[in-house]
Design a protein around this ligand. Structure first.
Ligand SMILES: [Zn+2]
Length: 259
């Protein structure tokens, strides 16, 4: 595999029919791209495990997204305790104060349980942390103390688009940073400067498919093979070769997720 899309949702029947799943998987393999299928709910955790077990270059991350904590997370614990093959992490878990689809206390309770599982099963985490609409930093004021209560956690800040100060908080805790198609279309110069600044040994590439389709494919459904566009953009913005970005980020993914 040349590239690994470290965060996609193509296993999820809410977005992809079985036919479409097979099609985008085949296209990814043709572009030498492997993929990590990240769950958002109890149901999609099971689907991620099923997809990974039937596709050689797909792996599963199980967990409940902060939006869905209102519907429970116990089934994830059962999947983990069954030690199903192909589970390489826990996610996407975290806090989302932008929409508040689950209330704050429920989000925190779900996060704490899943952080404990990450330690119990020695698995890395795909974190989803999104601040409230006023971008006050409130979500991080809650998140970092929770994180620090569980020494030994490792993982990545998926789809990171926050400030340099928060990025430094993450790097100082050894976290990786997930970069996706947003990098190819954002006009935010501070964000572009951050993409150039993140240490290469801490970058993971991802698509978040079916969301966040990179330029120039905006308007079509995102899929793992488009992670190549993110790699190209990172090479351009950092002034390095595509090979260097590809080799480094794939090595990072293999190291963090033991794949
Ligand atoms: Zn996602």
């Amino acid at each position: 595999m040349k590239l690994i899309d470290t965060h996609c949702h193509i296993h999820d029947s809410e977005f992809f029919t079985p036919e479409l799943q097979n099609d985008v998987y085949a296209q990814a393999i043709e572009s030498q791209t492997g993929m990590i299928c990240v769950a958002t709910s109890e149901k999609s955790s099971q689907q991620a495990v099923d997809f990974a077990s039937s596709h050689a270059d797909a792996w599963a991350i199980v967990g409940v997204h902060p939006h869905d904590t209102k519907d429970g997370w116990n089934a994830v614990g059962e999947l983990l305790s069954s030690r199903r093959e192909g589970i390489v992490g826990i996610g996407e878990i975290g806090l989302d104060y932008f929409y508040m689809n689950s209330d704050r206390d429920t989000q925190i309770a779900g996060l704490e349980q899943q952080l404990q599982w990450a330690l119990d099963y020695d698995l890395p985490i795909s974190f989803h942390v999104r601040d409230e609409k006023q971008a006050s930093g409130a979500v991080w004021d809650d998140f970092w103390p929770l994180f620090d209560n569980f020494p030994g956690l490792r993982g990545a800040l998926h789809s990171f688009t926050d400030t340099k100060a928060q990025l430094e908080q993450g790097l100082s805790r050894g976290l990786y940073v997930g970069v996706n198609g947003i990098s190819t279309f954002t006009k935010d110069t501070a964000q572009q400067e951050l993409y150039a600044w993140i240490p290469l040994e801490k970058i993971l590439l991802e698509t978040d498919a079916p969301f966040l389709t990179p330029a120039p494919f905006r308007g079509t459904m995102n899929q793992p093979k488009f992670v190549g566009r993110v790699a190209e953009h990172m090479a351009t913005v950092r002034g390095v070769s595509l090979d260097l970005v590809s080799e480094s980020t794939t090595a990072n993914a293999r190291t963090l997720f033991s794949i």
